[in-house]
Design a protein around this ligand. Structure first.
Ligand SMILES: [Zn+2]
Length: 384
C-alpha cells in the first residue's frame, strides 16, 4: 500500500490548493503530475471553462473486462471566517489522528484515497482485468457541472459500476432524492397606492401561484419506502419597493426534494403548465425558471455491486456496515443519464464536519477508505 506518510501528504497538498468553487485546474494539474511517472496511466483533461478543468485518469488491466468508475469533485465551499478556524483552513494541518482543512471531508479525502489506490496499483503492477476510470470533477457544490459535462460527452456510457467518493461516514449509500429549485417571478406595474387602478399588483399575482402549487404537490401522495414522501418548501420570497406603492415585481423561490416515483421532468412540466394556466388570466405575467435540477438516484440494496462494497467495508472495518440513503443529492443525479444503466454507490471517508469551520477527517477513516477502495476495485474487476 502507498505509504501512510505519502498518502497523508497527497491529501494535505490537495487541501492546500484552494479550489473554492473554481480553480479546479490547479488541482487537476497536481493530480496529473502524480501519475506522470506511469506510462500506463492515461491522462485526459476536459475543460469546463478557463481555470476549471475536469481530469480523467484511466488505467487499463492486462485482460479485457469490466469498467469501474470513481468520481470525486475537486471544488470546495468557502471557508467562512478563517479566524474562526483552529488551524488555517487551507493549511492541511496534520495532528496525530486528524487532517484539518476545507475539503478534508468534502471531499478531497475520498478523492485522495482513490488516487492513492490507483498509484499503488500502478507501482505494484497489480494484475487486474478491465479498466479503472477516475473522474476528478469541477463545480459539484454549485450544480454538478463537471459530472454533467462528462456524462454528456459520453465518458460514463460504458461504465459497469461507479463509486462516488462523497463522505458517507463509511456507510454504503445506494439511493437518494432528487432536487428541483425553482423561482417564480411576477411582473406587474407600479403605481401610487391611492390610485391602484393605474397599476398591476405583482404581489397579488404572485400569491395566486402558491395555493395552486400546494394543491398540485398535495396530489403527490406516493411514499418511497426508504426516502419517504416528496417534500416541497417555499424558501425565499420578496417583492415591492415601499409601503405606499403598488408593487411592480415580486418573486418566490421553492425547493422540492423528489423521489424516484416522480420523474423531475414530469414535475417541471406540471409546474410550467400551472404557470401557463395562471397566465391565461388577464394581466397575470408569471415566469417560472429552474436551477440545476437533479434527478433522484433509484437504488437497489440487493444489487451485487452494492453488496460487494458492503461486504468489503464490513471485513475491513470489522463491524456491520449499513446500507442507507444519502440525505442530499450527488453527482449520481448526472451520471444516471449515461447511455447505459449501471449500479452507483456513494461511499467515502469523512464525517459531519463538511461545510463547517474546522472541517477535518480522521486519519483512520482515510486509510480505511484506501484499503476498501483497493479491494473493491480489484475484486469487482477480477470477478467473472
Ligand atoms: Zn461533496
Amino acid at each position: 500500500m502507498v505509504e501512510q506518510k505519502n498518502a497523508l501528504s497527497i491529501l494535505q497538498r490537495l487541501i492546500q490548493i484552494q479550489s473554492i468553487n473554481q480553480n479546479e485546474a490547479a488541482v487537476a494539474d497536481y493530480i496529473a503530475d502524480l501519475f506522470h511517472p506511469y506510462a500506463a496511466a492515461q491522462v485526459t483533461r476536459v475543460e469546463y471553462s478557463p481555470g476549471r478543468t475536469n481530469l480523467i485518469i484511466t488505467i487499463t488491466g492486462t485482460a479485457p473486462g469490466k469498467i469501474l468508475g470513481f468520481s470525486g469533485h475537486m471544488d470546495v465551499v468557502a471557508p467562512g471566517n478563517p479566524q474562526a478556524w483552529q488551524y488555517p483552513p487551507f493549511s492541511g494541518q496534520i495532528t496525530p489522528d486528524r487532517v484539518y482543512g476545507r475539503g478534508a471531508t468534502d471531499m478531497k479525502g475520498g478523492l485522495a484515497a482513490a488516487i492513492c489506490v490507483l498509484l499503488d496499483l500502478l507501482a505494484a503492477g497489480t494484475p487486474f482485468k478491465g479498466q479503472i476510470r477516475l473522474f476528478a470533477t469541477v463545480g459539484e457544490e454549485t450544480g454538478e457541472y463537471g459530472a454533467a459535462q462528462l456524462t454528456k460527452q459520453g465518458f460514463a456510457d460504458d461504465l459497469d459500476a461507479l463509486i462516488i467518493g462523497e463522505p458517507s461516514q463509511l456507510k454504503v449509500e445506494y439511493t437518494h432524492r432528487g432536487v428541483i429549485d425553482y423561482t417564480v417571478m411576477a411582473q406587474g406595474k407600479g403605481a401610487h397606492s391611492a390610485r391602484p387602478e393605474l397599476g398591476v399588483n405583482a404581489i397579488e399575482k404572485l400569491l395566486q401561484f402558491y395555493p395552486r402549487m400546494a394543491a398540485l404537490m398535495a396530489t403527490k401522495t406516493e411514499v418511497d419506502p426508504v426516502l419517504g414522501p416528496l417534500l416541497h418548501n417555499v424558501t425565499l420570497i420578496s417583492g415591492g419597493d415601499q409601503i405606499n406603492s403598488i408593487p411592480a415585481r415580486a418573486m418566490l423561490s421553492g425547493n422540492l426534494r423528489t423521489i424516484p416515483a416522480y420523474p423531475i421532468k414530469d414535475l417541471m412540466q406540471e409546474m410550467t403548465a400551472l404557470v401557463t394556466e395562471l397566465n391565461k388570466n388577464e394581466d397575470t405575467a408569471l415566469k417560472i425558471s429552474f436551477h440545476y435540477p437533479e434527478s433522484p438516484l433509484p437504488g437497489n440494496p440487493k444489487a451485487p455491486f452494492v453488496q460487494l462494497v458492503q461486504k468489503i467495508a464490513a471485513q475491513t472495518l470489522q463491524h456491520k456496515v449499513p446500507l442507507v440513503a444519502d440525505v442530499g443529492a450527488t453527482e449520481a443525479s448526472e451520471y444516471i443519464h449515461a447511455a447505459k444503466r449501471f449500479p452507483i454507490v456513494i461511499f467515502g471517508p469523512g464525517n459531519d464536519s463538511s461545510h463547517q469551520v474546522d472541517e477535518y477527517i480522521l486519519i483512520k477513516d482515510y486509510l480505511n477508505a484506501i484499503r476498501i477502495y483497493h479491494q473493491v476495485m480489484v475484486q469487482f474487476l477480477n470477478a467473472d
